[in-house]
Design a protein around this ligand. Structure first.
Ligand code: KDG
Ligand code: MG
Length: 406
């Protein structure tokens, strides 16, 4: 059996996605997702110029060997662009293997550990009352874990909150043709967030647990203060308090409180996880299979996490396509150390024309379909109708104009 062709789709049904189709000489076809938000074309070029020529003629059944060949054979191993490109190849190969076996991927991984996966949704508002309303709407739908983000007085725009104002139940645009600049003021933020969770706790009591995302903006001492002040509200997790390059900085935060910490959405390989697992610095690992070399490598990270009592909270923002989300559904159905799955897919109607699946989302859970492979259908003609649109993530500046982490 041989790979006979591979085609790259860069499609924009509401936002950009990089989708790889792998064809075989036996007619079985697989799809993978390699979307890297704001850097989609470099992934497409890496696939086109470096990986696809090597893939043609390879035996698609040898997923591990193909993975190692593309990873080690580059000499320049790793990096977000290469690991996203490799992810799209790997996910497409698992899709092919599942279709050949007539089995869903979770069965190939070892079978389901659970019937359905708990999800969390995104709630936000320009101020605390609006955020409470948005949280209430998720609660009514049966969600037991809800992400809550709120506007900060004196700061016009902030990550995770709709710039148009009002309560937001889900997707918040943070993309533009050129980067939008926001002002980041740690002190104003640190004064606001405990007030938000005080209000949410008194309103919802123990019936919901909350996630909050600091999006890598705090300094370690600020992060330690926030995690300490939020301890009383028993968050499900506090996410990405600082940039992850220096794991040793997390000791200070860890020692400050028992607030569970989540990290890893910008990781692209197991080596970055190592200090966090070995030193027990985090509780949830936030990798996306589409940025960490696909199912093959994500499974390795999840097993390693389990050794250290770290649970999964795989990344599920709007920039992971339904193909990437399907990969997460299979990993989550299998993983013995599953925690929760973020679910914030784009609500654009064109999405449903391009992607279709039977994974059932209901009452704050997703029930995996038993369809072979990923269980996703990709409509190539519809995808071709939606051309790539240049788009950037935002930029942050401190109040004095200094560039800061977004
Ligand atoms: O591309 C950046 C997004 O994926 C990120 O901002 C989303 O932090 C995020 C989250 O937790 O969903
Ligand atoms: Mg995040």
């Amino acid at each position: 059996m041989k790979i006979s062709n591979a085609e790259i789709f860069v499609t924009c049904p509401g936002r950009n996605f990089v989708i790889l189709k792998i064809e075989t000489d036996q007619g079985v076809v697989g799809y993978g997702d390699g979307t890297l938000n704001g850097r989609e074309l470099p992934v497409a070029s890496y696939l086109r110029d470096c990986m696809v020529p090597m893939l043609i003629g390879m035996d698609p059944r040898r997923i591990e060997d193909i993975w190692q060949t593309l990873y080690r054979g580059a000499y320049w191993q790793g990096g977000p662009v290469a690991m996203s490109a490799l992810a799209s190849v790997d996910i497409a190969l698992w899709d092919i293997k599942g279709k050949m076996a007539g089995m869903p991927i979770y069965d190939l991984l070892g079978g389901r550990s659970r019937d359905r996966l708990m999800l969390y949704g995104h709630a936000s508002g320009a101020d605390i009352p609006q955020t409470v309303d948005a949280v209430g709407a998720w609660f009514e739908r049966g969600y037991k874990v809800i992400r809550a983000q709120t506007g900060v007085p004196g700061t016009k725009t902030i990550y995770g909150v709709n710039p148009a104002g009002g309560a937001s139940l889900g997707f918040v645009p943070s993309q533009a043709d050129l980067p939008i600049e926001h002002v980041w003021d740690s002190e104003a933020y640190l004064r606001m967030v405990p007030k938000l969770f005080e209000t949410l706790s008194s309103r919802f009591g123990d019936s919901v647990q909350f996630v909050h995302d600091s999006h890598h903006r705090l300094r370690p001492i600020e992060a330690a203060r926030l995690s300490k002040e939020l301890e009383q509200f028993r968050l499900f997790w506090l996410e990405d308090v600082c940039r992850p390059e220096r794991a040793d900085r997390f000791r200070l935060i860890r020692n400050a409180s028992t607030t569970p910490l989540a990290l890893g959405e910008v990781f692209h390989g197991i080596q970055e996880c190592q200090p966090y697992f070995e030193e027990n610095l985090i509780d949830f690992i936030r990798i996306a299979a589409i940025h960490t070399g696909g199912l093959t490598h994500a499974r390795r990270i999840i097993d390693y996490a389990a050794l250290h009592d770290v649970r999964t909270g795989l990344h599920g923002p709007p920039d992971v396509s339904p193909i990437g989300m399907a990969a997460h559904v299979h990993l989550g159905a299998w993983a013995p150390n599953f925690g929760v799955q973020e679910w914030a897919t784009m609500p654009a109607p064109e999405m449903n024309d391009v992607f279709a699946h039977e994974h059932v989302i209901e009452g704050g859970h997703v029930t995996p379909s038993g369809a072979p492979g990923l269980g996703i259908r990709f409509n190539e003609d519809e995808a071709r109708k939606h051309e790539f649109k240049r788009s950037y993530i935002g930029l942050n500046r401190l109040p004095d104009g200094t560039a800061w982490n977004y």
